[in-house]
Design a protein around this ligand. Structure first.
Ligand SMILES: Cc1ncc(COP(=O)(O)O)c(C=O)c1O
Length: 366
C-alpha cells in the first residue's frame, strides 16, 4: 500500500522538473547571478506603456481577472485577422501546452517530438501518462519529415514542433511548416510552438488557417514582448478545437495585471520592433564574443544564441557550472548532440561584457 492515494500516472513520475530555475540555483550555490542569460528572458523588458498599464491596475488586484480575457482576445483577433473564437489566452505557453496534453493525452497515448526539443512539453505529456517518441534533429534543425513519418508509424495523436526552436534557435521557412501542416493525418494534431516567432525573419510563420482542426499554434508575451514574469500567452486554432480547450483550462488563471500589460504591449508595436533590433544587435555581439574565443555560433531566429563548443556535454556542463559560480547564468542543452553547445540569451551591453570575460575564464579553466 502506498503512502498517498496517487494516480498510477503520478506515482510513476520522476521528481524532476524540465528546468531548475535560476533562483533555485542561487539558493543552492549561495552565489547570486549578476548576469542572467540562461532562461531566454528578454532583458530589454516590456514597453513602458505596458508597465504603465500594469501599474494602473495594481489597485484593482483584489479582483479576479476577466475569466474570458475578453479585451486581449479581441485585440489579438484584430491583430492576427482571425476570430475571437479562435483564441484562448492562458498562463503562458507552458500552461497552454499542459491544457493541450490534458485534452489529448491519457495513459498510453503516443506523442511525437524531437529529441532534445523543448522539455516542458514532454513534462506535460508524461504528466498525463503519454508515451513519448523522439525524432532526431537533423543538422541542428527539428526535422518535420522525420516527425511526420514517426507520427504515422506510431499512430501519434500529437506532434510537437517548435519554430524557431529552443535550444538551437534554428528555424524552417513557412513553406516547410505549411508542408508539415498539409501532411498531418486526420486524427493527429500539430502542436506548433511559435514562442520566438516575432524575432524570426519574414516568411517563417505560415498564414493562419483557422478552418484547419489539425493545428494549434502557441504564442507568448514572455519573449519578444519581454513579460515572462507576467505568465501570459495564447493559443490559436479552429473554433471547435479552442472550445474544447475552454473545457479544461484554468478560467481565472490569468491575472488582471498580465491582461492589462499584454494588451498595452500588443498595442505598442513600435516598441516591439525597437526591442527586436536590440536583440539582433545582442545576438551579433554574442557571435563576435564566441568567435573571439575560437568558438562558432549557430544562426538564430530567437532571442538567444547556441554557441558550439565542439566538445561533449560534460565539457559544456563544466563551462556552464564554472560560469554560474562566477555569477553568470547560461544554460547547456541537456541532450546530445545539442549538448555540445551552450545557450546564451540576448543581453544588454554590460551583461555581454561580463559574459565575455567569464567565458574566457571558463574556457581557460575547464
Ligand atoms: C519553445 C518554447 N516554448 C514555450 C516557452 C515558454 O513560454 P511561456 O513563458 O509563454 O510559458 C519557452 C520558454 O523558454 C520556449 O523556449
Amino acid at each position: 500500500m502506498n503512502k498517498y492515494p496517487l494516480t498510477t500516472v503520478v506515482e510513476k513520475l520522476p521528481a524532476t522538473v524540465p528546468f531548475v530555475g535560476p533562483e533555485t540555483q542561487e539558493r543552492q550555490s549561495k552565489i547570486p547571478f549578476k548576469t542572467r542569460l540562461g532562461a531566454n528572458e528578454n532583458v530589454f523588458g516590456p514597453s513602458p506603456k505596458a508597465i504603465a498599464a500594469m501599474k494602473n491596475v495594481l489597485d484593482d488586484i483584489w479582483m479576479y481577472g476577466d475569466s474570458e480575457n475578453h479585451d486581449l482576445r479581441q485585440a489579438l483577433a484584430k491583430f492576427h485577422g482571425i476570430g475571437y473564437e479562435n483564441i484562448v489566452v492562458g498562463e503562458g505557453i507552458d500552461a497552454l501546452l499542459g491544457y493541450t496534453c490534458r485534452m489529448f493525452v491519457e495513459p498510453g497515448t503516443k506523442v511525437v517530438t524531437s529529441k532534445g526539443a523543448y522539455p516542458t512539453f514532454n513534462y506535460h505529456v508524461s504528466g498525463n501518462g503519454g508515451e513519448l517518441h523522439f525524432a532526431p534533429f537533423e543538422g541542428d534543425h527539428e526535422n518535420p519529415q522525420a516527425l511526420l513519418e514517426l507520427a504515422n508509424a506510431r499512430g501519434a495523436v500529437l506532434i510537437y514542433f517548435s519554430n524557431p526552436n529552443n535550444p538551437m534557435g534554428s528555424w524552417h521557412n513557412a513553406d516547410v511548416v505549411q508542408n508539415l501542416i498539409d501532411n498531418i493525418r486526420p486524427g493527429t494534431i500539430l502542436v506548433l510552438d511559435e514562442a520566438y516567432i516575432e524575432m524570426a525573419p519574414e516568411g517563417v510563420a505560415p498564414k493562419f488557417d483557422v478552418s484547419n482542426p489539425g493545428v494549434l499554434r502557441f504564442r507568448t508575451f514572455s519573449k519578444a514582448y519581454g513579460m515572462a514574469g507576467a505568465r501570459i500567452g495564447y493559443c490559436i486554432g479552429e473554433a471547435g478545437l479552442i472550445a474544447q480547450m475552454e473545457k479544461v483550462r484554468n478560467h481565472f488563471g490569468v491575472n488582471r495585471i498580465a491582461q492589462a500589460g499584454a494588451l498595452a504591449a500588443l498595442e505598442d508595436q513600435d516598441y516591439l520592433q525597437q526591442t527586436i533590433a536590440e536583440i539582433t544587435t545582442a545576438r551579433d555581439e554574442i557571435g563576435r564574443i564566441a568567435t573571439k574565443h575560437g568558438l562558432s555560433v549557430l544562426p538564430s531566429a530567437a532571442n538567444f544564441v547556441a554557441i558550439d563548443c565542439a566538445k561533449d556535454g560534460e565539457y559544456t556542463l563544466s563551462l556552464a557550472n564554472y560560469m554560474s559560480q562566477k555569477g553568470v547564468f547560461i544554460r547547456r542543452p541537456g541532450i546530445a548532440p545539442q549538448s555540445r553547445c551552450i545557450r546564451v540569451s540576448a543581453g544588454r551591453a554590460g551583461d555581454l561584457l561580463r559574459f565575455d570575460k567569464v567565458l574566457g575564464d571558463a574556457l581557460a579553466a575547464v
